[in-house]
Design a protein around this ligand. Sequence first.
Ligand code: F0G
Length: 349
Amino acid sequence: MWRGLIEAYRDRLPITEATPVVTLHEGNTPLLPAPVLSARVGADVWLKVEGANPTGSFKDRGMTVAVSKAIEGGDKAIICASTGNTSASAAAYAARAGITCAVLVPQGKIALGKLAQALVHGAKLLQVQGNFDDCLALAGKLAQDFPVALVNSVNIYRLHGQKTAAFEIVEALGDAPDIHCLPVGNAGNISAYWMGYSEDLRDGNATKAPRMYGFQAAGAAPIVTGQMVPEPSTIATAIRIGNPASWTKAVDARDASDGLISAVTDREILSAYRLLAREVGVFVELGSAASVAGLLQQADAGRVPAGSRVVCTVTGHGLKDPEWAISTAPAPLTVANDAIAAARALDLA
Ligand code: F0G
């Protein structure tokens, strides 16, 4: 039986006998072949489906470790800034642990499902009149001045938890892929994957490490331009971040892996979102589609060698943002309670 990633990777995490394990049995997510994408780019493409985690995003991997360590250290409360998923995950793990959770989110800029999650799990939620970067600065100050543990990805335990996705991929494929694509926001996840792949290479579990291909939204692409973005803007609210906390780590991962960090437009993100839902059968949130948008973009630019093995992480579940899904799909027809009318409406008759 799968008992969560701390039990699965205990000896490769900063966990001791004294650490009380707070888990919702996260991890062990599907690594799904994507033949439609493989045919499109001429490579062997797989999706790491992180929406299958307990709260619907990869954040649970980091949160199980961060909350377990907070409890071990005697903390009674945690705090985070969030574009939505971190707050949903923190709220759930805090509920599980029986501690208080405070979250700061940018007002009006987080998806409805994520807001619902934080609230239903009982988090104390403040909508801040500012963007994510403002929220993170505020959360940092509060954690410094008051007895509350910060569980954003500046907390190194988060990255240790998140690195386990790379372990799972290496185990499933028998080696590391050639290229790994993922969305980049606060830049913790790309740093965590790189940590995981580097450890696998060091420990002889893999013969190589992949080239890390990270993708920011064009209106929120500080790492691509080398400039902080004071007012980031994108439809992909999860990655609407102008001053990533793990900026340096992400650049190191990019350079050490001979990879790249590039920008994808909202149009490219939306097109990948639709392709994933309609032709691959995987419903992800917009921010998650940035990895696949980036893969398609880089394949068109000739930077995905034929036959190479590629993994794209799709980071969060599409149901996080039902409003967006409904507003971009055709409106459903209404029919009388009648077989002929239904058949006509379905073009069957
Ligand atoms: N994809 C999704 C669905 C996310 O929620 C995030 C980040 C990312 C990608 C980017 O990952 O920040 O490690 O580079 N969400 C954070 C949050 C910022 O508050 O939920 P990153």
